[in-house]
Structures are given as structure tokens and as C-alpha cells.
Design a protein around this ligand. Sequence first.
Ligand code: GLC
Length: 798
Amino acid sequence: MQYGHFDNAAREYVIDRVDLPVSWTNYIGLKDMLGVFNHTAGGYLLYKSPEYHRITRFRPNGVPMDFPGHYIYLRDEEDGDYWSVSWQPVGKPKEHYSCRHGLSYVKYLCDYSGIDASQTLFVAMDDPVEIWDVRLRNSSDRPRTLSVFSYLEFSFHHIDMDNRNFQMSLYAAGSRYEEGVIEHDLYYEENGYQFFTGSFTPDGFDCLRDSFIGPYRTERNPLAVESGQCSGSFEKGGNHCGCLKKTLTLLPGEECRLLFLLGEGGIAEGKRLREKYTFEKADEDFRRIAAYWDEKLSRLQIETPNEGMNTEINLWNLYQSEINVMFSRFTSFIEVGGRTGLGYRDTAQDAMMVIHSNPEKCRSRLVELMRALTSEGYGLHLFEPRWFDPDAKEQSFRSPTVIPTPDKSQIITGLKDVCADDALWLVSSVVQYIRETGEMEFADQNVTYADEGAGTVYEHLKKILDFSARQIGQNGICKGLRADWNDCLNLGGGESAMVSFLHLWALRNFCELAEALGRTEDAEHYRLLAEHVRKVTREVLWDGEWFLRGITADNRKIGTHSDTEGKVHMESNTWAVLSGAATAEQGRLAMDSVDSYLYTEYGLMLNAPCYTKPDDGIGFVTRVYPGLKENGAIFSHPNPWAWCAEALLGRGDRAMKFYNALCPPLQNDRIEVRQAEPYSYCQFVVGRDHTAFGRARHPFMTGSSGWAYFAATQYLLGIRPSFTGLIVDPCIPHDWKEFRVSRKWRGSTYEIHVINPDGVEKGVRSILADGKPVSELPVLTPGSICRAEVTMGRSDNT
Ligand code: GLC
């Protein structure tokens, strides 16, 4: 069943049926002001931090679903009927509504009662101000008098103050109104103001939530809208809202437009920005947002026989991956902002995936991570970049109920909280950053450690590799510590196959960097270490048809042929291949086992069969319901690892089978099963051992997005940067005859056309760059255009 369709020409997903089973969300804002909104204008806005500076209130995980939001009500002054442009909160018959999710904007449309209305939410490019662009048209044949009411509920900024402890916050927030501008003030904060104003002179207003809504009512039937009268409320203390009312008459066919502005700053700032944000300026900003995405998307565009892949790579997958780098993990309807900080492993992976389209942000994330590395070589699993930022500013006075500022001894708590994989991702991310940008000097930039001292980026990487080399268990495999990539595999002193494979991958990447920098001694030292890791992992972790997942502290193997639960695991088998640890034969067998035990029509499950008996030597995973999350769900994040592994093995048909199973647009007509957004990868899809098999959960904020993008472009289509050139090494289905990629790299554009006359899955017979045979596409003078003709096929070296 379909609820909407992709309008790729407009770069929008159109929700035609708004009575979705769950919220379908989208993100607005590109810098400091950010918001997440669903298909009914439910959602919230924040400034810089979802934990400390929320602007509008949201009641997560509530009933009714995902309230409140940024609403426009329309009231017919003839008969008193009223409705909302975004369907909810009033909820008139759904046939009259649709929603268009675009890149950094959301548009709600309705055609109720002879009035066509739309409301578009987006954030201005240069100022922290959200714009609601509201347009009305009288499509009936008689003059209509309508009142327009806006509504939003202000937040007490800090997530805890807003949700838990009201004894101070209820009396520390105030509101007032002056010449068309509402001001909200958090009195205990410096500059704790917001304004809400419009492009018109209001006919009424309310700043107090409870006056607007009225007793025993909800956002569905607010007293002010039902009665048609605002009460002009404001007060020092209480709960505050932004309601501006405008009454207007439209002749048949007549149109009008109103802008509402919600921004940071008090009344004076509201007046200033109201002058600035004219209709023309709002239009200009809307165009600039489109241009911002044009430019990003233009850095890599593809044309392949796979429409799902084209839609993902050319639009939604890059968008989602960029949003992860911007918002990290903590702004959604599931992760509602209680943790602003960065998760070490997630951020390190996100920052590796979109370097071509956002090198500045990825670089700054890498530096933040480097600062949160201890001098022992492990990363702090969850940290606030501000703790280690030399330029971070403190507020000059302290509010009475703030959370205490942690000191270093509370932040750096030693090995017991260390996740064994965290910092290893950073090694490969930094190397990838340098391959993409060519910025070799980055390696020698000085960065502080979280505890004490400073070192170059290059030295940070060595510390990470050395830390893992020291953290070895009784069988010579890296210890699992608090967790490895899998939060629920808690091996402590037991050993994790995945971490050893990740160590090997990091070592190999680092050796390439050391070589490129001419540091041959280091390259040699770490190459020997890599050889050692390869040998030990091959010997200790091979089970005959697949690789073990690990070994418990009491020396029990996890994931063997004789296990009845948790027999085959995705992480170890994919990484055995990706890291180069597996022999070709082992790799093929291991990935065959992944296919036969873990493949489903919705993607690959994380492990099978699911655990049903608690076993604390393995970890929390054995206490998770079968088929959900880390216990045998189709956990999306590792799925692309399997595409990469199959691509390395040269099996393009299999890789694409795996790709398609998870590809969101290809499930657009199965929403009765999937439920979630078909334009977003989700954290997981419920696995086969659960009654809700196929249901997707937790959109947008997931490492699967970046990995899907990276795996599809760099492994399946096979276009990836090296230190010296752009490699073209595709692995595709045998029946693809050709595909095209346009890729910007180091300032030049590469127009790559790949043909596959022999119907192979892998292997390149020749590459012509502007007619000249090459082995990889060369670095060019910035501004150049290179036309590359690539012919796949069997050659001497395939
Ligand atoms: C969540 C976490 C991520 C972890 C994964 C598997 O997605 O954000 O860090 O790797 O779960 O447990």
C-alpha cells in the first residue's frame, strides 16, 4: 500500500494520504537553528542545542501522536467552521490534505471548504529565524472572510526544565507583546529571548498557552479559534505560546500571503528582522536553500539502471547523511534531545561518508573527536565538544537549577566505560578525509588530548592503533570491553572479532597514509602489526563456514556451527572480508553463510537464530526481544558492510540483491508493512522472528545512511579516491549494460561513463581519461573537466 510518491523533479516526497501509521519526519535549518517536523506540522525547533536551547515544546511519545507543532488554523467567519492547514491538530477529513517533504523545508497543503491553503516551514540562511510562509486562495465563488491564527508553544529551553522540574521554570519564563511582536523570555538566562511576529498588523494575539487553548480543551479545539477571539494575554510566569490573529476577506479567485517569523532575540530584534524578511527576501532565502542543495548534490550524481539507487544517491541518501553529520544523533521524535553530545563511534563514521559534499563540517567533527581522545588512545564514548573547545564561552551567571558542570575526573572514567571500537573508526575517517581532500598537512595539525597534553593528528592515530594492540585477550583477539560497535554485545575482557577486524582495517588505512607521507618506518612497523593481526584472526576466528563473533571472558566461542542461538553474525563476517583478514575462499564461504542464514526480503538480519536465553557473558543482546534491535532485527547499519564485502569478492548480483532489499524507495508500495518513511533509512527493520517482521523504526538518525551512501558509491559503483587518483573499480549486476557518474573531486569534475559489454560483475579492462589510457583518474588542475570512458570486462589482471 502506498501513502505517497517521489517527485524527483521537484526533489520532494509527496504524502498523498496523511493518515500515516507513524510520523514521517523531515529536517529544516542548515546552521544554528534547526527543526524536525512531521507530515502534520508536529515537531520542534531549537537553537544550537536540543538539550540546552529548545525553542518550541514537544511532547514526545505521546497521545495524540507527536504534538504540538507549528500550526496555522483557519476560521470561516461566516459559519465558525475551522480547520488547520497541516490536517492536524483539528483533523478534518483527510482527503483535503497533503504534505511535501523537500530538502530543508516542509510544505503542508489543504483545499478545504473552497479555500486553497499552504504553509511552508524553512529557516532563513543568515539569521536564526524560522519562516512560515502561508498562502491562501479563495477558490469558491463567493467572497470569504477568514481569520488566520498561528500557534506554537514555547519551551523552557533546557530539556529537563521543560519536562520535569517546573518549580523554577514555570515562574522564570515570561511573555509580552508590542506592535505586532510577541516576546518570550527565559528570565534566568542571558539572552534567553525569542520573538514571534508576522508580515502584517495582527488583529489579536495570545501569549499565554492556557488562555489560547482554554480549560479542558486541547490543540484540536482551542477556545480562541472556536470563539474567534484572542484575549490579548501575556504574563511574567506561566506557559507561553505564539498566537497572532489576522482577519481578512478574499474575493473569488483572490490570493494572499502572510509570513510568520519565529526567531532568536527580543522585541527589537523581531522588529528588525520583520523589516528584513520581506516576501522578496523570503523567496530569495528559499531559493538559496535550493541552491545550497544543488551545489551539494552536484558533487556526485549517478544514472544507473536501478531507479531506487538513483533516487537514493542523487537525493535522499546524501540528504540524510548530511543531516546526520549536522545533527549527530539527538534530534528526532525518538531521540528527543536529552543528549546533545557526540557519540564517538557514530560521529567518526558519519564524518567519513560525506567528505566530498561537506569537507568543512567533516573536518571539524574529526577535530572534535580528536580532542575527545585520551592520551592513552581511547575515545570518550559520549562527550560534549564544548568541554574540550578552547573557545567555548561560559554564561556570566548561573541559573539556580542547572546541571552541574562536570570536571575531568567525571568525564574521563577509565577503561570501564570504553567501547573497544570507538576510536578505531577515527583512523580510517581521517585517512579517508585526506584521500578525498588531498590536505596532507592535516596529519601534522596539533590537537589537544582530552586528559592532558597535545599531539599531531598523526600521533593521535598511532595512539589509537597502539591502544587496540595492547587491549588483547587470552586468544590474541582484541577485547570487547564495554561494547564493540554492537551496544548490546558486552564482552568486557572477552574478545571481539569485529574489533580485531576493525583494528586491521585501521592499520591498513594508516599504513597507506604513512607511505603517502613518506614515513616508511612507521608504515613498516604497522604493516608488521597488521600481518600479525591478519594471521591471528584467520587462525583463531574461523569456524569452518563462517567467522566467530567473539569469545566470552570464560573462553566460550560465540557464533559457532554448534550454537543453536546466535549462530551466524553479520558484523564479524562482513568485517572479516572488508578488513582483508579473510582469504578469498573464507570470504566467499562466510558471505554465503550470511546469505543463507541472515537474508530476508527486507534486508539482512544482524544475527540468527535470535537469542532467547539470557547470557551475561555475551551481553545485553541476549535480553532483547527476538527480532528487535540488536537481537536479530534487520539492523540497517551493518547491511552496507555486506554490500562492500560482496563487492570486494566481486559478486555484484549478490551485492545488489542485498542493496535492493534495504533500499527505502523500493518499499514505497509496502507501507502497510514498513510503516516508516520510504525516503529514509531507518535504524532497524523488525526481523523474521517477530510478529511485526518488516516494520521499519527510527528514521533519519542512523549510521546506515552514511554507510549506504559510501558503500553504494565507493564499493558498488566503485568510484573512490586514493592519495594519488580517483579509482574506478565497480562491482555491479551482470545485466547492467552501462552507468554514468558525475563526480567532483579536488576541484575538478569527472564525467565517468562505464560500459559492461561482457556482462561481468567486476573487473575493468580499460580506462580512458580524455582519450588517454590510465589506471586511475588523475588529479587535475582545479576547474578541469575530465571525460572518462571505462570498459568493464575480463582482462589479464581480473
Ligand atoms: C545505535 C547506536 C550505535 C550502535 C548501534 C548498534 O545505532 O547509535 O552507536 O553502533 O546502535 O548497537
